[in-house]
Design a protein around this ligand. Structure first.
Ligand code: FAD
Length: 601
């Protein structure tokens, strides 16, 4: 007998109001269990809602653009007799991509049992207690912690330098260039205060060399620390042979060119930290003028006109760099706002400060056609803010998100479950469904941030060493290192509204901060969000220079369960931008003497 079931949005962690960007099915469609039904997009990535069973779609209850949270009914499904599922399972299918911050990770799905040890019976070149696959921030932190805890550790990495995306083509090079951009920007404002600099001339070769030097210092430092800990590095492309063996196709040269040699490593425990890669839009042709973030960081040219596809953090950071170097920028974003996930008031401030960079910010618009010509790249748009004519660009940056590398490591041979999108689900101890194999970093889910991966790495290594560690962080802060910076942590007003949580909001405008006025950034603000009942801080946002350096204090306050009095009565140094956090808590308490008298509560 068939059964009509309501398919609901699964546990997607702290995300409460996530827009639907695509619906893959229509009434009458036949689906298999685990087929993607629709796609949600949080602040930094997309995630699918899978079908809990095989069957026929009866009725759609949502449309593209609707915002949904856990438990929202998205469609009804007539489950096929043989495949029908319990109502409970239908109501809470496992997310295809563990979208929640690791604070609430997807349970480790266990469709496949681990293969018996030794299903591989060939020769073994290296034996170790702990194998770490990938040497990004997750991988090297896991390897170093494992070695510190006494395990004989081997780390496998295909590239010649350690540090993964973050150190080589992500966080660090982008920040080296953003620093330069910020100095250029700041210098340009100095004429207003009587100190004029000439228009900067940019030597791209030297700037590139500076960025490479920054990367070299850090990656070289990592190699030294690996040596000091006796972590063996095997350079090559790793693929599991079974649950206890990894084959490494050795690589050589400056990239990941195969040398033709292979080595087999036998391990007792493993941590998968193979990260993610940029999503490639299928309609973008191969042309050196169309790049992802890695290509943009190579700084091959400064274009006159640049299109950034995707208004998330990575796209906007690179837009800031290229704009400071002299490019005019257009941004196209399918959603209704830039930097989704960030506090909307903070984004408004950022937008106002950045108007000068952009010719067009095309929200609710998509790129639908791209033609490469010798004199430029012609782009057609569709949507609410699409220009009528094709636009011509010298450079296109595609920054539409990153996809995990779960399907590229032979995980199935180890019995490790990988979702359709390539994520590896883990539990709160970072274990996959195969108990001696752990997963960390971008490959296990959102948010794809280095500091989340490092935290998970420590948990995995400690659990593997027999300690009772858990990933039980309440919050994970996010920062857009744009100009000005936008930083946020914990609950936002949109989250609270979506979940019905009762909150109070306090905001301290930097127009009342002596340091902000002195520094020429009195447009910024600090906002704290308090639980209405307990007065404990549950969220916060800062927009302005150094916001990213300051958000850690709010993160600590949330983790420690601080209330407004704890924060307000902590003496902050004066005059600093950081004292705005204490003052915001005083605003909540009605005790702030740096603002006009406040209404009595
Ligand atoms: P990765 O850094 O992706 O490392 C995975 C490693 O595994 C890679 O070195 C890869 O070569 C290796 N590998 C993969 N498969 C194999 C295999 N089969 N065999 C051998 N080796 C393999 N995050 C922040 O927190 N702050 C930022 O400011 C920030 N800025 C960013 C800017 C940009 C432009 C980008 C692209 C990302 C940025 N991120 C930032 C995200 C951050 O870089 C990632 O979250 C982080 O690098 C993930 O770490 P990881 O260890 O999970 O994986």
């Amino acid at each position: 007998m068939s059964q009509i079931i309501e398919v609901k949005v699964p546990d997607i962690g702290d995300f409460k109001d996530v827009p639907i960007i695509e619906i893959a099915v229509k009434p009458g469609d036949t689906v298999k269990a685990e087929d993607a039904l629709l796609t949600l997009e949080s602040d930094k990535a997309t995630m699918d809602v899978p079908s809990p069973a095989a069957g026929v779609v009866k009725e759609l209850k949502v449309k593209v653009g609707d915002r949904v949270g856990e438990g929202a009914v998205v469609l009804t499904l007539e489950a096929a007799a043989a495949a029908s599922v319990s109502q409970a399972a239908a109501e809470a299918p496992k997310p295809a991509a563990p979208a929640a911050p690791a604070a609430a990770p997807a349970p480790a799905a266990a469709p496949a049992a681990p293969l018996p040890a030794g299903s591989y019976s060939g020769a073994v070149d290296i034996e170790c207690e702990m194998l770490v696959l990938g040497a990004g921030p997750g991988g090297y932190s896991a390897a170093f912690r494992s070695a510190d805890l006494g395990m004989k550790t081997v780390m496998v990495e295909r590239y010649p330098t350690l540090g993964g995306v973050c150190l080589n083509v992500g966080c660090i090079p982008s920040k080296a260039l953003l620093h330069v951009a910020n100095v250029i920007e700041e210098a340009s404002h100095f004429a207003d205060v009587g100190v004029a600099f000439d228009k900067p001339t940019v030597d791209l070769n030297r700037l590139r060399a500076h960025k490479e030097k920054v990367i070299g210092k850090l990656t070289g430092g990592l190699a030294g620390m690996a040596k000091a800990r006796k972590v063996d590095i095997v350079r090559g492309y790793g693929q599991f042979l079974d649950a206890y063996h990894l084959e490494v196709a050795l690589t050589t040269g400056s990239g990941s060119e195969l040398s033709g040699e292979k080595k087999v490593i036998r391990f007792q425990k493993a941590i998968i930290a193979a990260g993610s890669q940029a999503v490639k839009l299928p309609f973008l042709p191969d042309d050196p003028r169309i790049v992802d973030s890695t290509g943009a960081l190579e700084l091959r040219q400064v274009p006159k006109r640049m299109l950034v596809i995707g208004g998330g953090i990575i796209g906007l950071e690179m837009a800031t760099v290229y704009s400071a170097l002299g490019a005019r920028i257009d941004v196209v974003e399918a959603l209704e706002g830039l930097m989704t996930g960030a506090d909307r008031d903070a984004v408004k401030v950022w937008e106002k400060q950045n108007l000068h960079r952009f010719d067009k910010v095309m929200l609710k618009t998509r790129t639908v056609g791209v033609t490469c010509r010798p004199d430029g790249i012609l782009v057609k748009f569709e949507g609410e803010n699409a220009p009528a004519d094709e636009q011509k660009y010298d450079l296109i940056l595609s920054a539409v998100g990153r996809s995990p590398n779960g399907k590229k490591i032979g995980a199935e041979k180890a019995g490790v479950h990988v979702t359709d999108r390539g994520f590896i689900p883990v539990d709160k101890q970072q274990r996959t469904n195969v108990p001696h194999i752990f997963g960390i970093g971008d490959i296990v889910g959102q948010p794809m941030l280095a500091h989340k991966g490092v935290h998970e790495a420590h948990v995995a290594a400690e659990v593997a060493a027999g300690q009772k560690s858990f990933f039980d962080a309440t919050i994970i802060p996010s920062v857009a290192y744009t100009e000005p910076e936008v930083a946020w942590v914990g609950v936002t007003e949109i989250d609270a509204k979506a979940s019905g949580r009762k909150i109070n909001v306090a905001k301290f405008p930097w127009a009342a901060s002596g340091r902000a006025i002195a520094n020429g950034c009195d447009y910024g603000f600090t906002k704290l969000i308090f639980d209405e009942e307990t007065h404990r801080v549950v969220g916060g946002s800062i927009v302005g220079p150094n916001a990213g350096d300051m958000i850690g204090e709010i993160a600590l306050a949330i983790e420690m369960g601080c209330d407004a009095v704890d924060i307000g009565k902590t003496i902050h140094p004066h005059p600093t931008l950081g004292e705005s956090i204490g003052m915001t808590a005083e605003v909540f308490e009605g005790t702030c003497t740096d603002l006009p008298p406040m209404k009595k509560k």
